[in-house]
Design a protein around this ligand. Structure first.
Ligand SMILES: [Ca+2]
Ligand SMILES: [Ca+2]
Length: 227
């Protein structure tokens, strides 16, 4: 069941998740470590499509979230696997943020846990902005030393049965869906930006999204911000 800020407002007027969302933060609310990320798409952010900010924290920087390239009969359909390679079984990463139908939702170990610390669509409609309180990444609230990170976009997570085995429409970091940001330490301030200082570039009409500009990323940015 989706988290409802409206319902939460009725039951617990000062429920922290609602009070802080989308952008009514104060200095005292600032998390110790905030993971901030933005993507820009060739078209516009579209509430009918799916945008996932996926993290993996298995302590192996060679294993990270990547898109699944073909439509799957089983699994979560939306095409993120946790670190086994694009042809291996679909496994959800332990933590991700989904943007769909105008809502931001965090998922931890497969369960919705409410909206991220902040999330919004840019005024020009072309970018998504997400801020995560890093304590939400694990069930214990203990921060991992680093995470691997990817944004994965797709047009559907409920494909028609006849589509199974066919190519998916998707985008992820890099040109082919095999790359991700492999080492994002949570202990220092840092910024990564597509195509800057040797970081993975993000180009239009890459991966498999040529006919759907709204899921075609053209740039991304990731920041670790300590309080
Ligand atoms: Ca790409
Ligand atoms: Ca792209």
């Amino acid at each position: 069941m989706r988290y409802s800020c409206w319902l939460g407002f009725l039951l617990v007027p000062l429920l922290a998740g609602c009070a802080r969302f989308p952008s009514t933060t104060t200095a005292s609310d600032t998390p110790p470590v905030t993971l901030v990320s933005d993507i820009t798409v060739r078209g516009a952010i579209n509430g009918n499509y799916y945008y996932f900010l996926a993290l993996n924290n298995d302590t192996d920087p060679t294993h990270g979230p990547v898109p699944v390239k073909t439509v799957q009969a089983l699994g979560n359909y939306w095409g993120v696997i946790a670190g086994y390679g694009p042809n291996d079984p679909v496994v959800q990463p332990s933590y991700y943020v989904e943007y769909f139908n105008g809502n931001f939702e965090q998922y931890l170990n497969g369960q919705p846990i409410g909206p991220p610390y902040a999330g919004r669509v840019s005024t020009d409609g072309k970018s998504l902005h997400v801020e995560i309180d890093a304590r939400a990444i694990t069930a214990t609230g203990v921060l991992p030393g680093f995470v691997e990170l990817n944004w994965i976009t797709t047009d559907t997570i409920t494909p028609r049965p006849e589509s199974v085995g066919l190519q998916k429409n998707y985008d992820g970091f890099g040109p082919t869906g095999d790359q991700f940001l492999s080492y994002v330490p949570l202990s220092t301030n840092n910024t990564w930006q597509s195509g800057v200082n040797g970081v993975i570039d993000e180009l239009p009409n890459d991966d498999n999204n040529a006919t759907i500009p709204d899921i075609d990323m053209t740039a991304w940015r990731v920041e670790v911000r300590l309080k």
